[in-house]
Ligand binder design. Structure first.
Ligand SMILES: [Zn+2]
Length: 312
């Protein structure tokens, strides 16, 4: 066997593309011994008018999916995707397996090249999100420390976040009467933005970027990477995908958190107290919301938990 898996594998989308190859023959007689390899595959349009005829051993079957194969003497023809197995028996399985390995190797090589080309941009995105994450993490943690202990409020806040920030409650003073049957009418009484930050807490991702993602990206070495074997490349690409995922989640969290933590947005959460909580429990949450909004308006979005001192 030669090292043909190092050659590029081709994808043809029309008959004209492979017919134009210098060693292509519309008809070819070949035994399994003469077969070298698959050089590419094709997928033709769905209408039968653009399908191909098999060129192997007088087969002539019309087909949409097929391979361009090469003989050991360099001649080429095209065959339907089921013809190789029938004409060459088990020997074709090895040829097909070699072709699939070549396809995989080429895909890996391209992904590694793409990763190296993208690295500078990924590093720049990390550096850009770092200060934003530091700020948002502090603000988010402070918000959480302020409101999570107010259990009735926090659980309703999460429930609304799952509804995309819609605060839904039974219509007040409606004509609904349980004794008459029918359903209570539920309406949207308020809405807040950025609830996704509550459902997926990404406040720790800034540290992951600083301590893991950035060092990993900076340590990527083009020479070492292109010299990796198949397994090494697969591992590196998996590691890269995980880091890219971390960066994307950090960017999403920063965007959601900054939409969540504005005076206007937090003020809109007041509707939770008014419509979803018992009035005996709502008072404390309401007072905290008011204080948070007042601090945000005067001193900027709080980066420390907001407290109410009852003895004052
Ligand atoms: Zn055929």
């Amino acid at each position: 066997m030669n090292d043909s898996h190092l050659d590029a594998v081709l994808l043809f989308t029309s008959i004209a593309e492979f017919e134009a190859r210098p060693n292509f023959h519309a008809e070819l007689q070949l035994t399994a011994d003469e077969l070298d390899r698959i050089i590419g595959k094709y997928e033709l349009p769905a209408n039968r008018g653009s399908w191909a005829l098999c060129g192997l051993n007088n087969c002539h079957r019309e087909h949409r999916f097929g391979y361009v194969i090469r003989a050991k003497d360099g001649r080429e023809t095209n065959i339907g995707h089921e013809c190789g197995k029938r004409e060459f028996d088990v020997e074709f399985e090895e040829v097909e397996a070699r072709y699939k390995r070549a396809v995989d190797a080429q895909a890996r090589q391209r992904a590694v090249t793409a990763l190296l080309a993208e690295r500078a941009l990924l590093v720049a995105r990390c550096e850009e999100i770092q200060p934003t994450m530091a700020k948002q993490s502090a603000r988010y943690s402070a918000f959480r420390a302020t409101f999570q202990p107010v259990n009735g409020f926090w659980l309703n806040l999460l429930k609304c976040a799952k509804l995309g920030g819609a605060i839904r409650a039974a219509r007040q003073n409606s004509a609904w009467n349980p004794s008459k049957g029918g359903k209570e009418e539920i309406v949207t009484v308020g809405r807040f933005a950025g609830g996704a930050a509550l459902l997926e807490d990404g406040s720790g991702l800034g540290n992951v970027i600083t301590n893991d993602v950035l060092p990993w990206l900076r340590a990527l070495d083009a020479d070492r990477l292109t010299a990796l074997d198949d397994a090494g490349m697969t591992t590196t690409l998996r590691e890269a995908a995980a880091r890219r995922g971390t960066l994307e989640r950090a960017e999403a969290f920063a965007a959601h958190s900054s939409a969540l933590l504005t005076p206007q947005n937090v003020a809109a959460m007041r509707a939770i107290c008014d419509h979803l909580m018992k009035s005996s429990d709502a008072g404390h949450a309401e007072a905290l919301l008011e204080k948070w909004v007042a601090e945000a308006q005067t001193a900027g979005v709080p980066e420390k938990p907001v407290r109410i001192h009852k003895d004052r």
